[in-house]
Design a protein around this ligand. Sequence first.
Ligand SMILES: Nc1ncnc2c1ncn2[C@@H]1O[C@H](COP(=O)(O)OP(=O)(O)OP(=O)(O)O)[C@@H](O)[C@H]1O
Ligand SMILES: Nc1ncnc2c1ncn2[C@@H]1O[C@H](COP(=O)(O)OP(=O)(O)OP(=O)(O)O)[C@@H](O)[C@H]1O
Ligand SMILES: [Mg+2]
Ligand SMILES: [Mg+2]
Lengths: 225, 225
Amino acid sequence: LIELEQISKHYQMGSQLVKAVHNVSLTIHHNEYIAFIGASGSGKSTMMNILGCLDSPTNGHYRLNDQNVATLDESALADIRNREIGFIFQSFNLLPRATALQNVMQPLIYLGIPFNERKNLAIEALANVQLEDRSDHLPNELSGGQRQRVAIARALVTKPSILLADEPTGNLDSQTSVEIMRLFDQLHKDGQTIIMVTHEDDIASHSNRQIKMKDGNILRDSSAI
Amino acid sequence: LIELEQISKHYQMGSQLVKAVHNVSLTIHHNEYIAFIGASGSGKSTMMNILGCLDSPTNGHYRLNDQNVATLDESALADIRNREIGFIFQSFNLLPRATALQNVMQPLIYLGIPFNERKNLAIEALANVQLEDRSDHLPNELSGGQRQRVAIARALVTKPSILLADEPTGNLDSQTSVEIMRLFDQLHKDGQTIIMVTHEDDIASHSNRQIKMKDGNILRDSSAI
Ligand SMILES: Nc1ncnc2c1ncn2[C@@H]1O[C@H](COP(=O)(O)OP(=O)(O)OP(=O)(O)O)[C@@H](O)[C@H]1O
Ligand SMILES: Nc1ncnc2c1ncn2[C@@H]1O[C@H](COP(=O)(O)OP(=O)(O)OP(=O)(O)O)[C@@H](O)[C@H]1O
Ligand SMILES: [Mg+2]
Ligand SMILES: [Mg+2]
């Protein structure tokens, strides 16, 4: 499904070169359930942005479904991001002037789904994260964990074949986290691929493969074959 | 130090009244080390905003150091917020066009501290959260956990007598969290008052009093006297 070959992401900061990710090679198959773990600043979100086609590497090759992502034009990339991938951002990235419901309906517009069906799918997605009674709130009228759940609902509403979840439970209490992981486990049972970043061992234990990062490199991979 | 009497915070959403906090009464003494726990949406951040004089209650009375906060004018409030309180926001609230160093220097301006001393104090605060080599990065050039640590350093740089920390380790791995809690514990040893919100039991266990919230109310208080 996914092949990363000698992937690097570097930032030039004045005279200093920051190697956010450096020479990472990795293979990910369909229906894997992967957790990236590692210290703050070790490169996990950078990896997720590359995997999600939101950022291009400085060096190396990324093949997704046997296509070299670097050779795809913007409309082919938009297609992948909108049709195949669901992305939960570490800082949520909700539209500030749209309600919870509008935020969750948004990814369905690209798929050409008519208004009433978009609304029904979004209501169902919000109910799955226990937020049906907050659908008319703007993001700044929601608690931190509620915003996180809107971001989760938005990523799940398209039933994506690849879910990328960056710290999906960082602002959630343990009971709410249990409910969210139940959704992820179900998606995985349905055949989808899940790649998440987490710093919590309980959450990582839902995965069947843990990849630990350190200083932009892979330190160890529990299922390196 | 702090007395809350029948505090409520309500929001009118069309025809519906959202009771974020409802009829909460509470006494907090000097040098207490308190953890607010509870489900997502239970009112913890709302409580913190009221305690930090960032938001005024719909009903009830808040006495801080024997002063009724509602009777204070804006300059007296600014004085309290800047001189007495350090606030770590659940969503960090960093200045987006200022570097990590500038963000941490900022609270010292109000205290009339000259530039060179502000810079030295801020460098020391960033070193205490292991970010001295990121001082020139803007917030969008930092990882999630690095932004959280800049927010922590900014709150601690004034050595506040009351630290309000809303989910201070939500984006941090366990090792980094240990280092942050060491800073909090030291501040508490130095005689300061610490009030934090957390959904992680390991973090809550550093406190000597846990207050659990549910639906805007206090469900239980481990040191209710
Ligand atoms: N400006 C607002 N308008 C309407 N409702 C609001 C507003 N701010 C907060 N609320 C509601 O008040 C309730 C309490 O919010 P609060 O942010 O205090 O929760 P919390 O305990 O901090 O949750 P979390 O653990 O998810 O951060 C939530 O249900 C939220 O939807
Ligand atoms: N735009 C940028 N410019 C410069 N450096 C950057 C930029 N974005 C990220 N970095 C650096 O790259 C490193 C990796 O960042 P990344 O966000 O991937 O870390 P992370 O593992 O997700 O951390 P966290 O657990 O704190 O979220 C960090 O040290 C960060 O400072
Ligand atoms: Mg990250
Ligand atoms: Mg909160």
